[in-house]
Design a protein around this ligand. Structure first.
Ligand SMILES: *[C@@H]1O[C@H](CO)[C@@H](O)[C@H](O)[C@H]1NC(C)=O
Ligand SMILES: *[C@@H]1O[C@H](CO)[C@@H](O)[C@H](O)[C@H]1NC(C)=O
Length: 391
C-alpha cells in the first residue's frame, strides 16, 4: 500500500463509494470541463449545446491517401504499397468493454474547468478552476459522501493559482503546488501552499524554483515531488523534477532539491505512488497559449499530442517504462483512484478527432492491475457517456 495514500486507503472503500467518488471527479473535472474547451474556439458554448452536438464515432474512417497532412502527427498509418487508402487511428473511438452502471449524484455548486480534486476519507475537496474562460474560482467546495451533500465552502489564499495546479494529500494536509494564475491563458505562478483540512488553515511553502503549469505532483518517501508540466508559456513541455522534504504540512527544507528529470515532459498526467514506486501516466505535450500581445491573454489553440506512456521511478532512481494505456489519455491528474491494488483511471481526453480536430473525450475506465505490473490496462465503458443519456 502506498503510504502516501492514507486518505484514500486508510479505510477500504466500498466499490460503490469508489465509483461514486470518481464519477464526481470526472463529471466535474474532465467531461464538462473539456467539452467546454474542446468544442468552441470562442469558449462560449454551454455544456448542453456541446453535448447535443456530440456524435459517437463507432466506425473507422477511411480517407483517400493524400499523404500525411500538415498538423496530422497523430500516428496516421500509411500503407503506401498495399492499398491506396490510409486508415485513421481508432484511438478516438470507444474501445469494446463491459459497461458499468452509474448513479447520478448531486451537481456541484459551480462548474469547474481544470480545477483540482482531492478525496480524504468521506470528503471530496474541489478547488479553483475556471467558471468561464474569463472567470476563475478562488474557493473550495466539499462533497460529503456520507450524506451526499455539498457544503463547507471556504476561500483559497489570494496568491494561489486558479487552475492547472499540482496537488496531493497525505491524508490530512493537502499540498498545492504552482499552477496557472488568473483566467484565459495566463501563465503560472510559483506560489505553493499547504492546507490543513482539519483546521482549514493555509500555510506557505517554499515557491517552486520555476513556475509550472499542471505538473505531475506526488508525495514519495517523505518528499513532495513535482515534475514535468508545461513552462511559463503554457505550451512547452518541461522535464524538470524537484522535491522538497515535508512532514505534517511543514517543509523540512528551505529549498527544492533537483531530481532526475522525467523522460517526457508535459502537463495533465496522473501521478500515483503505490508499493513505494512512483508512476506517471499519460498526459500530453502542448496546450492552448495566450495570443501574442493580447492584453487579456486570450487563449489560442496550439497543437497538442496526447500520450499513453507510463513511467515508473523506484529504488534505483531511474525511470522505467511500463506497459502503455490502451489509448492516449490526458487531463487525468484528478481522475484516478487506487482500489484493490489497481490504479483505476476514469475518462480523460484523447487524440483530437482526425477530421473535426475537436478534442475527444475518453469513454472508458482503465484498470491497471498492480499485482501483475506487466499486465496492461483493462477498459470498462462509461455508460453515462456525454453522448449516452444517463437513466
Ligand atoms: C458528513 O455527513 C455525515 C452524515 O450527515 C455527518 O455526520 C458528518 O459530520 C459530515 N461531515 C462533515 C465534515 O460535514
Ligand atoms: C479484488 O481482487 C481480487 C483478486 O484479483 C478479486 O477476486 C476481487 O473480486 C477484487 N475485488 C473487487 C472489489 O474488485
Amino acid at each position: 500500500m502506498g503510504r502516501s495514500f492514507v486518505g484514500k486507503n486508510s479505510t477500504t472503500p466500498s466499490p460503490a463509494r469508489v465509483v461514486l467518488s470518481i464519477f464526481v471527479m470526472i463529471l466535474g473535472f474532465a467531461l464538462v470541463a473539456d467539452f467546454f474547451w474542446a468544442s468552441s474556439s470562442k469558449f462560449t458554448s454551454s455544456y448542453l449545446n456541446i453535448a447535443s452536438n456530440w456524435s459517437p464515432y463507432h466506425n473507422s474512417i477511411i480517407l483517400p491517401n493524400n499523404g500525411p497532412q500538415k498538423g496530422e502527427n497523430i500516428g496516421v498509418k500509411t500503407k503506401k504499397d498495399v492499398v491506396p487508402k490510409r486508415i485513421l487511428p481508432a484511438t478516438f473511438q470507444d474501445l469494446p468493454a463491459p459497461e458499468l452502471k452509474w448513479e447520478k449524484m448531486k451537481a456541484a455548486p459551480v462548474p469547474r474547468l481544470d480545477g483540482a480534486a482531492i478525496q480524504i476519507k468521506n470528503l471530496l475537496y474541489v478547488f479553483a478552476g475556471y467558471g468561464s474562460i474569463d472567470y476563475v474560482h478562488s474557493h473550495v467546495d466539499i462533497y460529503n459522501f456520507t450524506d451526499n451533500t455539498w457544503g463547507g465552502r471556504f476561500d483559497m489564499p489570494r496568491e494561489m493559482a486558479h487552475s492547472h495546479l499540482g496537488m496531493v494529500t497525505d491524508g490530512r494536509y493537502i499540498y498545492v503546488v504552482t499552477g496557472q494564475y488568473g483566467p484565459q491563458c495566463r501563465g503560472p505562478t510559483a506560489h505553493t501552499f499547504v492546507l490543513d483540512t482539519e483546521t482549514k488553515k493555509w500555510q506557505d511553502l517554499p515557491p517552486l524554483p520555476v513556475p509550472r503549469y499542471a505538473p505531475a505532483t506526488q508525495l514519495w518517501r517523505g518528499r513532495l515531488h513535482v515534475m514535468g508540466g508545461s513552462g511559463e508559456n503554457r505550451y512547452t513541455p518541461e522535464v524538470d523534477h524537484w522535491s522538497l522534504a515535508v512532514k505534517d504540512g511543514k517543509p523540512l527544507e528551505k529549498e527544492w532539491r533537483t531530481e532526475i528529470p522525467i523522460p517526457r515532459g508535459g502537463p495533465h498526467r496522473a501521478c500515483v505512488v503505490v508499493d513505494d514506486r512512483l508512476l506517471v501516466i499519460g498526459g500530453q505535450e502542448g496546450d492552448f497559449m495566450a495570443k501574442p500581445g493580447s492584453p487579456i491573454f486570450k487563449c489560442s489553440r496550439r497543437n497538442e499530442v496526447v500520450y499513453d506512456d507510463v513511467y515508473m521511478l523506484d529504488d534505483e532512481m531511474k525511470w522505467k517504462v511500463l506497459p502503455s494505456m490502451p489509448k492516449p489519455d490526458s487531463h487525468i491528474e484528478f481522475a484516478w483512484v487506487l482500489v484493490n491494488n489497481s490504479i483505476v483511471i476514469v475518462g480523460g481526453t484523447t487524440e483530437k478527432h482526425p477530421t473535426t480536430k475537436k478534442m475527444v473525450l475518453v469513454g472508458e475506465i482503465f484498470q491497471f492491475n498492480l499485482n501483475t505490473l506487466v499486465s496492461a490496462f483493462y477498459p470498462f465503458n462509461i455508460l453515462c457517456h456525454p453522448h449516452v443519456k444517463c437513466s
